[in-house]
Design a protein around this ligand. Structure first.
Ligand code: MEV
Length: 313
């Protein structure tokens, strides 16, 4: 039997821009996905529900291929506390935990770097080639991660794809309280990324916004290094405006961001947008939660966790 777990993530600054080589700042959240594999029968259980066809979960299909088919009998059990299609890296957490458990089942003891690389490949398969390694590497590494196109201090690993190179760095981060407001509207990441990519190709103003978002992530890295959480929050507020300009916010995301701002250092949509969630950086999590509830949204109170990929029960 093999078992592995991996955390969700929230991007604090730089989503979408990171796909074009700009930096992004992401943190692992204290919400985990756990995968257990047994070499008997053939079944796939997701949160207690059986799935008949393994192809119905593309992650499983891609991960099986990347970790060395042919496979014999496999019973895969997935338990996840990460809401799906909510901008919280449910797909990345699943890819990381699944790849790690499959490699373990083959008798290997993979490093977080090896798992992050293969999980990135799984994401590229699932998102039709449009993904950065931000989500998968943050899930594998835990804590706070800076993704950049240039190498800097704290390098974890780097990956290359289609002429683009991403350097993943470890950042020191306190266990910041984070409140998530999930709109419950699902928006597939691949589609959102493709839509932004088309816009950036056509419209120089959108390309400029992508660079601005990258610049906010650079400033955010400095704010985090200086433990200046209020400054980090202000940058997040500005990033939300940039993401609006890219067309990935929605009226509901804007409403929730406005609702929590009075109690937050900063708040913005997180992840691909088009639905999904907002993230609030706050030292008043209770007030933020109440504000979300008053707007008909169930809050998720969590925090930045140093725990990344963990193998074994
Ligand atoms: C999704 O969580 C983040 C995006 O930047 C896509 C990616 O980096 O793969 C929108």
């Amino acid at each position: 039997m093999a078992e592995a777990s991996a955390p969700a993530k929230a991007i604090l600054l730089g989503e979408h821009a990171v796909v074009f080589g700009e930096p992004a700042l992401a943190v692992a959240l204290d919400l985990r996905t756990r995968v257990r594999i047994e070499g008997r029968g053939t079944s796939l259980m997701v949160n207690g529900e059986p799935l008949q066809d393994k192809l119905r979960l593309p992650h499983v299909h891609h991960a099986l291929g990347l970790t060395g088919e042919p496979w014999g009998p496999l019973a895969i059990t997935i338990e996840s506390r990460v809401p799906g299609s909510a901008g919280l890296g449910s797909s990345a957490a699943l890819s990381v935990a699944l790849v790690a458990a499959l490699l373990q089942q083959k008798g290997l003891a993979p490093s977080p770097r090896d798992v992050a690389r293969l999980a990135f490949e799984v994401e590229l398969g699932v998102q039709r080639g449009m993904a950065s390694p931000a989500d998968t590497s943050t899930s594998a590494a835990g804590g706070a991660v800076l993704v950049d196109s240039v190498e800097g201090p704290g390098l974890l690993w780097s990956f290359e794809r289609s002429g683009r190179r991403w350097f993943l760095h470890r950042l020191e981060a306190p266990e910041l309280p984070i409140v998530i407001g999930n709109t419950g509207h699902r928006a597939p990441t691949g589609e959102m990324v493709a839509r932004v990519a088309q816009g950036v190709k056509r419209d120089p103003a959108m390309a400029a916004t992508v660079r601005e978002l990258g610049d906010l992530a650079r400033q955010g890295t400095k704010a985090l290094a200086a433990h200046d959480v209020p400054a980090l929050g202000k940058l997040m507020d500005r990033a939300h405006e940039g993401l609006r300009k890219l067309g990935v916010s929605t009226p509901r995301l804007d409403e929730l961001v406005q609702a929590v701002r009075p109690h937050s250092h900063g708040a913005k949509l997180t992840g691909a947008g088009g639905g999904g969630s907002i993230v609030a950086l706050t030292d008043k999590p209770r007030e933020v939660s109440e504000a979300l509830k008053a707007h008909g949204c169930m809050p998720i109170l969590t925090r930045v966790t140093p725990r990344g990929l963990e193998a074994g029960p």
